[in-house]
Design a protein around this ligand. Structure first.
Ligand code: HEC
Ligand code: HEC
Length: 601
């Protein structure tokens, strides 16, 4: 960008928004932004102090306490874009989900922050919670100190500001407007508007004199739309995303390109160059590959596909991956549970689809492995599934002329005289990474094809994102539990799936508890994708529901707890969603619009 324009814009903005002493200095955008962030963190800390004092004093009305809390969260929303980007660990403490989380190291993180405070203040405040609330507020204060140290000391680069701003818009689309972090107050439109307004200020530091693409106006229009439509259930998410958010993220990308900002790219799920969350190039299928050398190539995919359908990997020479993951059934088998190999006994779980399975940082219903490579190793050797041996298989494969040639082509090392077991795992993993499709009618609609979805389906999307709360677990745009917009972890949830559709007793499978041994994870299962769900019946880890109507009915009743099953840690709210028959129909219709167009075999 040209220095002179940059400085004059900075000056205007500085005069308008910063403390007077700053107006004398000529600051670069990054330095000005760091100062703004420090000031915003201070205002947030001040409101937290006010809330703590009001709670301590004991005579403040509940309504007033609630009001101060809402002010605090609005203050946080103003710098959320930077807090989440530059210091995600602290943001987990300030605005993390109100449930326990387990780190890869096994460390258990207790719930903390604004969402926990919300649950103590709404729908009403119980003074018995005073001590806990004060404790939570001191966590927020400590968080503010960490942010301040951070903002005062790190170098903020221009490309990071653009990346973080775009991610904040994605955060608003995927979490903000679905009420993810304000389930009881549902102030999502007001709070999202606060975030957008502060992005406008940040991006104005960079805007050129001709206001490329009218970015400021687009941000204003989106914030106004949010303020004009405060009713959570009635809010038209489809309109907001397609008419307001997509043009903003495209505008941010255009401005960045125009300024020729040098961008450092790294390997992550959401490509930094994507103009919208729904671009054909938005998703990087190699995001969760173990390392750069295990990225996909055509040769690996062809080899992986051959191995996938070949019983050579199984102990009895009769079963292949495809026996259960059948391409014509969207890579499932249509059964509640398949058979254990060589036995007339059922496997413990339902066969999941492999379409878009590569877009999960951990796999299996209990999230017990962290890559497709690790996963295929587990399945081949599993006594129940393939009962094979990779060590024996690679010997057999090397003796087979056709396979030997394919391995040499796919993994061309000098003096190759054997197959490494990892090459088998990586070839199969690469094949599964090739089964990523974002070409459903929904995707086309999001890219501008206005006739790709009908009215019922659009209404179903709005319900999925709003009143029915589905998108608070099945996140846009993957519709699984991979957490946006950073997509580094995938969540498991306790929804209380029963042992059968007619018996209201919890299914005995302990799910993630068996892996992490933390009580709140008893009966927790990975949130699977609902893309292609129309084709993957029956549903849930035990295949208990035969149709999508049954699934929606289950949610409408409040999951297992709503059915009267005693569950202490259900993460799905137990109250009825009060969906009408037409609304339930529309949600199912919407799920139908998520079918991928699969290539003919
Ligand atoms: C006997 C049926 C069967 C066979 C054969 C089989 N699978 Fe599976 N697959 C399953 C079941 C059941 C699960 C879920 C298990 C769980 O979550 O504990 C699963 C899970 C998976 C997952 C994880 C998906 C996710 O979203 O978490 C992948 C990937 C996978 N299988 C790939 C393969 C590959 C590759 C092969 C061949 C090497 C294979 N499977 C063979 C039944 C089978
Ligand atoms: C609290 C988080 C949560 C919410 C809210 C939620 N889901 Fe789920 N969903 C899950 C989990 C976890 C599973 C897997 C449960 C299991 O296998 O036992 C699941 C499974 C499903 C499945 C089955 C997928 C398959 O292939 O078996 C469908 C379909 C589904 N959900 C649709 C919905 C719809 C529609 C809504 C809104 C009405 C919704 N979900 C709300 C967490 C959630």
């Amino acid at each position: 960008m040209q220095k002179s324009t940059c400085i004059s814009i900075v000056l205007i903005v500085v005069v308008a928004f910063m403390v007077p002493s700053c107006s004398q200095k000529k600051l670069t955008p990054e330095k000005t932004i760091a100062k703004t962030l420090l000031a915003q963190t201070d205002s947030f800390a001040t409101i937290c102090d006010q809330l703590a004092a009001a709670i301590e004093n004991g005579s403040t009305s509940i309504e007033q306490l609630q009001n101060i809390f809402l002010q605090a969260r609005l203050a946080y929303k103003k710098f959320e874009w930077a807090a989440e980007y530059f210091d995600p660990a602290t943001s987990r403490l300030v605005n993390g989900p109100p449930v326990q989380e387990v780190e890869a190291s096994g460390q258990v993180l207790e719930p903390a922050g604004l969402q926990v405070i919300e649950s103590h203040l709404f729908p009403t405040y119980d003074s018995a919670k005073k001590k806990e609330l004060i404790g939570q507020l001191s966590i927020l204060k400590a968080g503010c100190e960490k942010y301040k140290t951070h903002f005062a000391n790190i170098d903020i680069f221009d490309w990071q500001v653009f990346d973080a701003a775009k991610l904040e818009v994605f955060r608003i689309m995927t979490l903000g407007i679905v009420g993810f972090d304000n389930p009881l107050t549902l102030k999502s439109t007001q709070e999202s508007a606060a975030s957008l307004e502060s992005l406008k200020i940040v991006l104005a530091y960079y805007n050129d004199s001709d206001n490329t693409g009218g970015l400021a106006e687009k941000l204003d229009a989106a914030a106004k739309y949010l303020s004009d439509h405060p009713d959570f259930n009635a809010f038209d998410r489809m309109d907001f995303i397609t008419a307001y958010c997509n043009p903003i993220t495209a505008g941010i990308t255009d401005l960045e390109n125009k300024l020729q900002i040098h961008v450092i790219r790294y390997n992550r799920l959401l490509n930094q160059d994507a103009k919208t969350l729904f671009d054909t190039n938005a998703i990087n299928v190699n995001a969760y590959a173990p390392d750069h050398s295990s990225f996909i190539t055509n040769e690996k995919i062809i080899l992986g596909k051959a191995l996938f359908s070949d019983p050579i990997l199984s102990g009895n020479g009769k079963r292949s991956c495809q026996s259960c993951h059948q391409p014509e059934k969207a890579f499932t088998d249509g059964l509640a549970k398949n058979n254990i190999i060589d036995k007339n006994e059922l496997l413990p779980r339902n066969t999941p689809t492999l379409i878009n399975a590569a877009l999960q940082p951990s796999l299996f219903y209990d999230l017990r492995v962290n890559s497709l490579e690790e996963q295929s190793h587990t399945v081949v050797q599993s006594q129940n599934e393939m009962h094979g041996s990779l060590v024996l298989s690679v010997k057999k494969l090397w003796l087979d002329k056709k396979y030997r040639q394919m391995f040499v082509t796919a993994f061309p090392y000098e003096d190759k005289n054997a197959i490494d077991t990892f090459e088998v795992m990586n070839a199969i993993g690469s094949y599964i990474r090739s089964l990523v499709y974002f070409n459903s009618r929904f995707d086309e609609y999001m890219r501008g094809a206005k006739t790709a979805m009908n009215g019922d389906e659009i209404n179903g999307f709005n319900l999925f994102m709003g009143k029915a709360k589905c998108a608070t677990c099945h996140y846009l745009p993957l519709f699984n539990g991979t957490f946006p917009p950073r997509f580094v972890k995938i969540e498991s949830e306790v929804i209380g799936v029963p042992v059968s559709a007619t018996v209201n007793r919890i299914d005995p499978d302990q799910g993630r508890f068996d892996i992490v041994h933390v009580e709140s994870f008893r009966h927790a299962f990975k949130t699977p994708t609902v893309r292609n769900a129309e084709r993957t019946a029956p549903y849930m880890h035990n295949g208990v529901f035969a149709t999508l109507n049954e699934v929606v009915d289950f949610y409408n009743k409040g999951g297992g707890a709503g059915l009267g099953i005693k569950l202490d840690d259900q993460t799905l709210p137990a109250d009825s969603l009060r969906l009408t028959a037409k609304e339930q129909h529309d949600i199912v219709a919407f799920i139908g619009s998520l079918n991928s167009k699969l290539p003919a075999e």
